[in-house]
Design a protein around this ligand. Structure first.
Ligand SMILES: Cc1cc2nc3c(=O)[nH]c(=O)nc-3n(C[C@H](O)[C@H](O)[C@H](O)COP(=O)(O)O)c2cc1C
Length: 159
């Protein structure tokens, strides 16, 4: 069974809610999903999953420092995350508040690791975005994203 890690940092719970929506929908596609806040992740945990999705609030247009710390620590395993599927999602206060740049800040690190990333041609292109607490639109983006990630995993891991 393909294993997916959904991890997040969240102060007021919005990104956490997105993480739960995404996880629930990945499970519907028969993935073995592990959802954990970033402070419960050790960097070597990253090696155990074929799919790694990270959620962060938008902080000045980039990821929160708690996420960056883990990604910086992941240099210990540089080269070993190659070929894994990566994805990112964010909650921000404002439309145009730097949400896509926040997602890209995480995806940048995944690309440097040689991970495989995908976009959504019909929804939030870079990954799900919520403005504040996830509304129905944001929840739908989480559902769509989970489906896209699960389909990619099926193609790559042939399960
Ligand atoms: C330090 C800090 C920086 C922030 N920077 C931005 C920003 O650049 N753009 C924006 O739209 N919201 C910004 N926000 C608001 C958060 O992204 C927003 O409240 C988000 O929904 C919080 O997610 P959470 O509930 O998962 O903690 C910032 C909040 C904090 C605390």
């Amino acid at each position: 069974m393909t294993r997916a890690l959904v991890t997040f940092f969240s102060k007021s719970g919005h990104t956490k809610e997105m993480a739960f929506f995404i996880s629930e929908n990945l499970k519907k596609d028969n993935l073995d999903v592990n959802i954990r806040p970033i402070d419960k992740i050790k960097v070597d945990d990253l090696l155990k999953f074929e799919i790694i999705l990270i959620g962060s609030p938008t902080y000045y247009g980039v990821m929160a420092k708690e996420i960056k710390e883990l990604l910086d620590e992941s240099v210990r395993f540089h080269g070993q995350l190659k070929g894994k599927i990566g994805g990112a999602f964010t909650s921000a206060a404002n439309i145009g508040g730097g949400n896509e740049t926040t997602i890209l800040s995480i995806l940048n690190a995944f690309l440097v690791h040689g991970m495989i990333i995908t976009g959504n041609p019909f929804g939030d292109h870079y990954g799900p975005v919520s403005i504040g607490k996830p509304d129905n639109r944001a929840k739908d983006q989480c559902v769509q994203y989970a489906k896209i990630i699960a389909e990619l995993a099926k193609r790559i891991y042939r399960e």
